[in-house]
Write a protein that binds this ligand. Structure first.
Ligand SMILES: CC(C)(COP(=O)(O)OP(=O)(O)OC[C@H]1O[C@@H](n2cnc3c(N)ncnc32)[C@H](O)[C@@H]1OP(=O)(O)O)[C@@H](O)C(=O)NCCC(=O)NCCS
Length: 213
């Protein structure tokens, strides 16, 4: 049986080729080393560090190199799918996203995402997460997608609700961040949960937002 036809989501992940998904404005691509500088420039942001578990600030070139080494060296087990979000119009790296902790028995995984500050407020996160979830439920065959959000991350919650995730609870002091226990809000969507219509934001937020394309 070929990987693409296997029911094991990890084998299906290993069979993916770039771009793994394409939406109206974006392509979700396997990370390429030539995008290292662009990735470091986009992710080097205190907002990303604040709302994610492991991204440091400042995020140096050496952090980016270590990330690429990890992606390249880790035996490809298919338990995670790190991706870059690329704007189709100009090939700019907009951010990153992915699925990890893929559980082949329960057909479950966790999603995560970030955008560079210049690319926020234009609906790219909603669009990219929609592409990722469709891929995860479709080609990869996952039944349940989870996301953990730190309390107060309203932009992230909006992205999840816009993609049909529902809040399932608050995991008290579920992780340690900066040496302290932190609560995590658990969101999840199932394969047959409805897809809310994707609407364009009324106006781009933030002075650095690129013009809408
Ligand atoms: C989360 C993140 C990817 C969202 O990016 P974005 O550009 O705001 O996403 P979108 O343009 O698709 O907009 C998402 C929604 O968030 C809303 N939003 C954005 N910032 C907000 C804020 N500070 N307060 C309230 N709502 C906010 C937008 O209005 C939009 O809602 P709408 O659909 O009702 O218009 C981005 O803020 C980011 O990279 N944050 C840092 C990393 C992070 O938090 N990752 C997720 C970890 S769980």
């Amino acid at each position: 049986m070929t990987g693409a036809r296997s029911k094991d989501p990890r084998k299906r992940v290993l069979a993916l080729r770039s771009p793994v998904a394409v939406t109206r404005r974006l392509a979700l691509t396997l990370p390429e080393r030539r995008r290292l500088e662009e990735m470091v420039a986009a992710i080097n942001d205190p907002v990303v560090a604040r709302w994610t578990l492991r991204v440091p600030y400042p995020y140096r070139r050496s952090d980016g190199e270590a990330t690429f080494r990890r992606w390249a060296q880790r035996p490809r087990t298919g338990e995670a799918l790190p991706l870059h979000i690329v704007r189709r119009a100009d090939d700019a790296l907009v951010g990153g996203l992915g699925i990890h902790d893929i559980d082949p028995e329960h057909l479950r995984a966790e999603v995560g995402y970030w955008l560079g500050p210049a690319f926020r407020g234009q609906g790219y996160a909603r669009e990219a997460v929609r592409g990722l979830c469709r891929l995860a439920h479709g080609t990869i065959g996952l039944h349940r997608l989870e996301a953990g959000v730190f309390p107060g991350n309203r932009a992230s919650v909006a992205v999840l609700l816009a993609n049909g995730f529902r809040r399932e609870g608050r995991l008290r002091e579920n992780v340690r961040k900066g040496g302290r226990p932190v609560d995590v809000l658990l969101y999840a969507r199932l394969r047959d949960d409805p897809w809310p219509p994707l609407v364009a934001p009324a106006r781009p937020r933030g002075a650095s937002a690129a013009p809408a394309r």
